[in-house]
Design a protein around this ligand. Structure first.
Ligand SMILES: O=S(=O)(O)O[C@H]1C[C@H](O)[C@@H](O)[C@@H]1CO
Length: 626
């Protein structure tokens, strides 16, 4: 194959081209969000049930149960953990939390622990509670004591710091709050809103888990789509994501039943998302709920106004003027008087699913008309199938999603070449090769579904991404989905990054996303087009004025040589190749965390040069122009 490269760029490449899509799908609580305790505030549970005690267990014969306390901690957090100390017990007795499938204990960290407590009946008890991190065999790894008073019948919060003395490799550790059984014999104590935080990314209060955050930031994403995805929509109207339930003190956040089968604490809320975007240098692509829930019901046209107002308030929380908007004033009071950066707002999610198409026309019309006139500086994305049904006002931007096989991605890199250039812009908001079985894309691993990305799936995505880069005159953003999952509790596979309570696993697809993101250009340089159904793909971009970057993708199972004719003089004689390759089915996983990683080496280059692309590979060739 010989590729002749043009001497002039066809279009500037949008700075937002590569980024991340996020929703809580075994990825927020217990993942990116730093809180280490699961079911920390007994949100959205039925008192007296075993489910209410999820992740909690009694220590040394205490009797524990979740109750609807007659004196509520707050309207948002009405449930409490009632701990009754039996008579005749010696030694520490109380309650333990098992975290999100483990708790990492690291002696290099100082943990911040806290809880609320009250004595439902005043008592003469005065004594210490011990807050500790323990192994599963009750070895104390670190602890702190706080004084409790039986006179305290209203809710009060106690906080303590814990610096462990060792770092066990095991993660089946426990967070324990206990009192001396003899001293507290017969006492009843109510607890609420426990919390245990390790140090966080950028040391943010209520912030992100460092190692997960650092892995996501390492990809240098330019945007962050949130809060979903299905998890925006809710499985019912009352359980939809509501911005105002996710901001302010944690005692004001009721949590909700997420759409992925577990309760969301909403400790990772709108303000945390926006600070996260600023800390990583991303702009939000923020979604507003648009009147359709995954139970299949739509808000009637006549009843849309309150939900449109809620969307207006959500947007004003992000960009509004604190002197004229209450939500903006709240943002300011939380510490961010200036507006956050926001350009793109997505209206709904996947409005092509189920019976959403039957009501999208009026829902879009009312949401888009009102929001566009309220915020003329913003651009609003539709999520239905393009022009099916036709929508008014005509959408400026669309979010398209595709989950397919590696082969599909390799054979559809020209998808956007065939799109009309009519001013509409596109966000490839969710894409991933998730199965090798074209007849059962969303099936089980025994039917071709991938558990972790493979070299083959990542290289198929890379081929598709050369097409996104070529068509970045109309594709302004693209993101793999889902971004992140806890390997012990997945609602979806494969994911870009996986983790457990002590480790982060960067997938083959993560390295493809990172190679494209860290080697993006300013201008796209046209060249001889690849064959649409071939096995060799490439894209050429220029960076500033003195660098050419060529991405070469070989989806074949044997090496292929590609020759380049460059029209530029002064090409250096040595370039760099960053290559991701390996056995087609190789994956990075908890058992093989570093099976596949990019490697760099220098290559001979010039006005004309040849490059041998390995089988199953993405190569990023970087050439200097003197
Ligand atoms: O069941 S699906 O609709 O395929 O779910 C997909 C599409 C949806 O937007 C996202 O939340 C989810 C996984 O990324």
């Amino acid at each position: 194959t010989t590729v002749t490269v043009s001497s002039t760029a066809s279009h500037p490449i949008p700075t937002t081209l590569w980024g991340q899509m996020f929703e809580d799908i075994s990825s927020g609580d217990g993942g990116l969000y730093g809180e280490l305790l699961q079911n920390r505030a007994f949100q959205q549970v039925t008192p007296g049930t075993s489910a209410a005690l999820n992740a909690w267990q009694a220590v040394n014969r205490a009797s524990v149960s979740v109750v609807a306390d007659s004196v509520k901690l707050s309207n948002a957090l009405p449930n409490a953990l009632r701990v009754q100390i039996p008579t005749g017990v010696s030694g520490q007795t109380g309650v333990a939390n098992t975290g999100y499938f483990g708790i990492r204990v690291n002696s290099a960290w100082t943990y911040t622990a806290s809880f609320f407590y009250r004595f439902p009946t005043a008592s003469s008890f005065r004594g210490n509670a011990v807050i500790s991190l323990q192994t599963s065999s009750s070895q104390v790894l670190g602890s702190a004591t706080v004084a409790l008073s039986g006179a305290q019948t209203s809710w009060t919060q106690v906080t303590a710091k814990i610096t462990p003395t060792s770092s066990p490799s095991a993660t089946d550790n426990l967070f324990v709050v206990s009192v001396d059984g003899a001293a507290a014999s017969g006492q009843t104590i109510n607890f609420g809103l426990f919390s245990l935080f390790p140090p966080t990314f950028k040391n943010r209060a209520n912030g992100m888990r460092m190692d997960v955050a650092e892995a996501l930031a390492e990809m240098q994403p330019s945007f962050f789509r949130f809060p979903g995805g299905n998890n925006l929509e809710g499985n019912s109207l009352p359980s939809r994501w509501q911005w105002n339930n996710t901001v302010g003190p944690l005692t004001q956040r009721p949590g909700r039943a997420g759409t992925w089968g577990y309760i969301n604490t909403d400790g990772l809320g709108l303000y945390e998302y926006l600070l996260w975007c600023e800390d990583v240098g991303m702009e939000p692509i923020m979604a507003v709920w648009d009147g359709f829930d995954l139970g299949g019901s739509s808000v009637a046209e006549a009843n849309l106004q309150p939900y449109i107002q809620q969307a207006i308030d959500q947007i004003n929380f992000v960009i509004g003027n604190p002197t004229t908007s209450a939500p903006a004033a709240m943002r300011s009071s939380l510490g961010h008087p200036a507006p956050f950066k926001l350009t793109h707002v997505e209206i709904g999610n996947e409005d092509f699913i189920g019976n959403a198409p039957s009501t999208i026309a009026y829902r879009w019309n009312h949401f888009a008309s009102t929001l566009r006139s309220t915020f003329p500086q913003l651009r609003f994305l539709a999520t239905s199938n393009v022009n099916s049904p036709r929508l008014t006002p005509q959408p400026q931007e669309w979010d398209l999603h595709v989950y397919q096989t590696p082969t599909w991605f390799a054979q559809n890199s020209f998808m956007y070449d065939d799109f009309a250039r009519d001013g509409t812009l596109y966000f490839e908001g969710e894409y991933a090769a998730i199965s090798t079985n074209p007849n059962d894309i969303f099936g089980s691993p025994s039917d071709g579904r991938l558990t972790f990305p493979t070299v083959q799936s990542a290289v198929g995505e890379a081929a598709f991404m050369t097409g996104l880069e070529r068509n970045s005159d109309i594709v302004f953003a693209a993101s793999y989905a889902p971004l992140l999952n806890h390997v012990a509790n997945s609602q979806w596979t494969p994911n870009l990054v996986s983790f457990d309570s002590a480790n982060v696993y960067r997938s083959t697809s993560f390295y493809v996303q990172k190679l494209f993101s860290l080697n993006r250009g300013d201008q796209y340089i046209p060249s001889t087009l690849p064959s649409r159904t071939g096995t060799l793909f490439w894209s050429v971009v220029s960076k500033q004025t003195n660098t050419i970057i060529i991405k070469v993708v070989n989806v074949a199972t044997s090496a292929q040589t590609i020759a380049f004719n460059l029209p530029f003089s002064g090409i250096s004689t040595t370039g760099t190749a960053q290559v991701l390759t390996g056995a087609a089915t190789a994956s990075n996983s908890p058992t093989t965390p570093n099976a596949v990683a990019p490697a760099s080496h220098s290559i001979p280059v010039g006005k004309t040069f040849s490059y041998s692309a390995p089988a199953n590979s993405l190569s990023v060739l970087t050439l200097g122009i003197n």
